[in-house]
Design a protein around this ligand. Structure first.
Ligand code: SF4
Length: 484
């Protein structure tokens, strides 16, 4: 796997979807988990007006910070440097991987322990480091399970949500020497903790993601529930924080509304167990903390998103995962079917913009444009509009956007069908003729029309059109087909 395609595994999307749909256990796991998460979120927002006001506030904060993004990034760098944090800029995934590898090599480090970081999944860091002889161990329990299974996360907040208790019990029993099969969740977590605790002390470098990077103070904020984020960022002598450039906020005052929205939307919690604020390496009079802190600011396509007024809204995302939990497609096919680090509605918007429409644009089709994702999004990202926009760009090489692979989703046969459809609807004569034929020869329409009728019945036109019925009843219409 190359760095380029590490975050997006470009296999056949349709095959993956069909496999997922045929897997009853997987579908049961997702259905149960998503229902649970939706209920928890709903319980956190009992008052619709309060919710809307908070969403508006979150949207405004994110918009204000994005409007000043270039300045805030410079301010963040200056402030971090004055705090003793070493700042690195990575334009691409490859650069980010090489920067991290360079830091590891500077310290003759061969072991890294990682807190949860979707950005590191995006750049394929684990594979890259493994290719260079470095062990990168996931310490978030969900990520640890996924790593043990040689798999990838299926959800951005709960990476192992596709597995049920029995499957995890089997995995621990098979992959961890000396571990008995047990479905006792506390015992399973205890097993994971035991393995990981030792690893925290052995690792020379800890890596984490960043939820919010505060420009005014140079503070890196990390939201988590398990304490592994704090361990990864304080126990090893070197801490590397990998941060998408859009995560910067202006001041500490910007965080409370976003934090409230994030925890309630993601896991239905009023607050997470840990909220870490990292403002620099250990000071001479401090007893713990890393001796070095590095911040890697990752672009990887984000500047391109930023340059487009409409697509820039993608960058408001605070990675809560609520759009996935509420998406009827994601709920049925799960995260792996998308073949991308970022699945679900936000994945359909982010992935094509990072890996190109030619590589990831096909996943924009997995959407019924029902709008549930937009209604759940805590920062009001108009996801259906962005999905439609990317579909358009994927089919039009002359589209104004800058997303790679524009026009490469166009299928000539489909284009001919749509041209004919447009002509049919523009010409009253053709329209009338088609309507007349469809009603008169309705019985000739086959009951199986390829994949379209695999899960639904074929359409059968009525014996008389509405227009005919109205005419028979003497009702006049201004329909164009009435015109001579
Ligand atoms: S798009 Fe909205 S709902 Fe989806 S992960 Fe981002 S912030 Fe959450």
């Amino acid at each position: 796997m190359t760095t380029q395609d590490a975050g997006h595994i470009n296999l056949n999307f349709k095959n993956r979807v069909n496999e997922a749909l045929a897997d009853q256990e997987l579908r049961g796991n997702f259905r149960g988990a998503m229902d649970f998460l939706m209920q928890k979120r709903a319980a956190m927002f009992p008052d619709q007006e309060d919710l809307e006001a908070l969403r508006k506030r979150g949207e405004q904060v994110r918009n204000r910070c994005l409007q000043q993004l270039p300045d805030l990034l410079e301010q963040l760098e200056a402030q971090c440097v004055s705090n003793g944090i070493q700042v690195h800029w990575a334009e691409t995934a490859e650069q980010a991987n090489n920067i991290i590898l360079g830091i590891m090599r500077d310290h003759q480090a061969t072991r890294m322990v990682k807190g949860k970081s979707m950005a590191s999944e995006e750049i394929g860091l684990n594979h890259f480091l493994a290719d260079h002889g470095i062990e990168a161990l996931e310490s978030d329990m969900g990520e640890y399970i996924v790593q043990l299974d040689h798999s990838t996360p299926s959800h951005i907040i709960m990476p192992a949500i596709h597995k049920n208790k029995q499957q995890i019990a089997r995995l621990f029993h098979e992959k961890t020497p000396g571990v008995e099969y047990t479905e006792d969740v506390d015992k399973l977590i205890g097993t994971g903790r035991e393995v990981l605790r030792q690893k925290f002390f052995e690792a020379e470098v800890g890596l984490s993601g960043v939820n919010f990077a505060v420009a005014e103070t140079g503070t890196l904020c990390l939201v988590e529930n398990e304490g592994n984020g704090r361990m990864s960022t304080t126990v090893p002598p070197v801490h590397i924080a990998l941060c998408g450039i859009e995560k910067v906020v202006q001041s500490l005052a910007d965080i409370p509304p976003l934090y409230r929205l994030l925890t309630r939307s993601a896991t239905g919690q009023a607050i997470t167990t840990y909220f870490n604020m990292i403002s620099g390496p250990r000071k001479p009079d401090e007893l713990d903390g890393p001796q070095e802190v590095h911040l890697v600011l990752l672009d990887n396509g984000r500047s391109r998103m930023y340059a487009d007024k409409q697509l820039q809204q993608t960058l408001r995302c605070i990675r809560c995962g609520a759009c996935m939990n509420h998406c009827p497609v994601y709920t049925r096919i799960g995260g792996h079917a998308y073949g991308s680090t970022y699945p679900g509605p936000i994945g359909q918007v982010v992935s094509p913009q990072i890996w190109g429409l030619n590589n990831a644009g096909n996943i924009t089709q997995a959407c019924s444009l029902n709008g549930a994702c937009r209604d759940a999004c805590p920062v009001n990202i108009p996801l259906p509009d962005l999905i439609r926009r990317l579909r358009h760009d994927g089919n039009n090489s002359t589209a104004e956007g800058q997303t790679a692979g524009q026009g490469q989703l166009r299928k000539p046969a489909e284009a001919v069908i749509w041209k004919f459809w447009a002509l049919l609807n523009r010409s009253p004569l053709l329209y009338r003729l088609t309507l007349w034929s469809a009603t008169r020869f309705r019985k000739l329409i086959p009951s199986h029309i390829g994949p379209w009728t695999r899960y639904r019945s074929a359409p059968r036109p009525a014996s008389k059109s509405l227009h005919d019925l109205m005419k028979a009843s003497g009702t006049q219409t201004n329909h164009p087909t009435n015109q001579p």
